[in-house]
Design a protein around this ligand. Sequence first.
Ligand code: ATP
Ligand code: MG
Length: 322
Amino acid sequence: MAVVRDRRHLNLRLPLPEPSERRHRFPLPLPPSANSAAAAPTNSAAAISAADLEKLQVLGHGNGGTVYKVRHKHTSAIYALKVVHGDSDPAFRRQILREISILRRTDSPHVIKCHGVFDIPGGDFAICMQYMDMGTLETLLKNGVVFTEDLLAKICHQVLSGLEYLHAHKIIHRDLKPSNLLVDQKMEVKISDFGVSKIMQRTLDPCNSYVGTCAYMSPERFDPDTYGSNYNGYAGDIWSLGLTLLELYVGHFPYLAPGQRPDWATLMCAICFGEPPSLPESTSDNFRSFIECCLQKDSSKRWSATQLLSHPFVCNIEPKSV
Ligand code: ATP
Ligand code: MG
């Protein structure tokens, strides 16, 4: 029960730094070529600089930074600009380094695209990303959008395609949840926020994987001694996907009653010792089965992203039909 030993305070975010990254200090040692559009394999034609962009509005505040909607002064293209404050917490700066490193490696229609990374006069630092005009799935849920099974199947197919891509490239997201899935008016969904993600080299020590938002963590990440015998990390993302879909479907975080305030101990007990949340009686057999494939407490029984793409709940979704 490593988790009980290691962490007794209540902190749902729990962004524990990884030992190998503790040496980084701000200003960020940008990876080579990170300050140009070549920093990521994107479709941006030319390098974008801070001076090219004008701020239109604040889209949101994250842990250590602010995201703005911006317009390119010459092309009028709209982007999202994540500005990391120069005096922000070192742990958050490490997250940003990791996020940049992963954004530079990814090129998938289901992963948010990065169009450039650059310093801003005054010590701030920015990542220019593809703009998603409907915000996150969490925003839609809070705004009362009803997620039918049909809609969830379309969303799910896209997230699974993104996860299949990431996992094939040995990237584990580790913080999949409604607020990290960006969406646009066509209901195209992109995985975002790679601040606590991990690029696998050999094997992953489950004890080093205790990062991300604990509400969406799988049993083996909470309790590697009991559930982590064949720990591979990828299965944790599948658990988080299952919980995310369930939350969108029932309209609230499924391990808690609507409006109940989460605390770390309650969540840990429910996830590790309780049964996975039940679905309403009206749920179709296909969706019920899909959720069961994701929420297997034994991670070795959980389906992979590739296997889930052939599940009847999503296998008839055309990739371009959304
Ligand atoms: P945390 O720092 O804890 O991960 P967060 O995910 O909310 O929090 P950010 O990734 O900085 O923080 O994003 C803040 C908000 O900005 C998001 O919740 C979302 O509403 C908005 N946002 C982020 N990226 C984009 C984007 N590419 N397009 C549109 N809106 C975005
Ligand atoms: Mg986030």
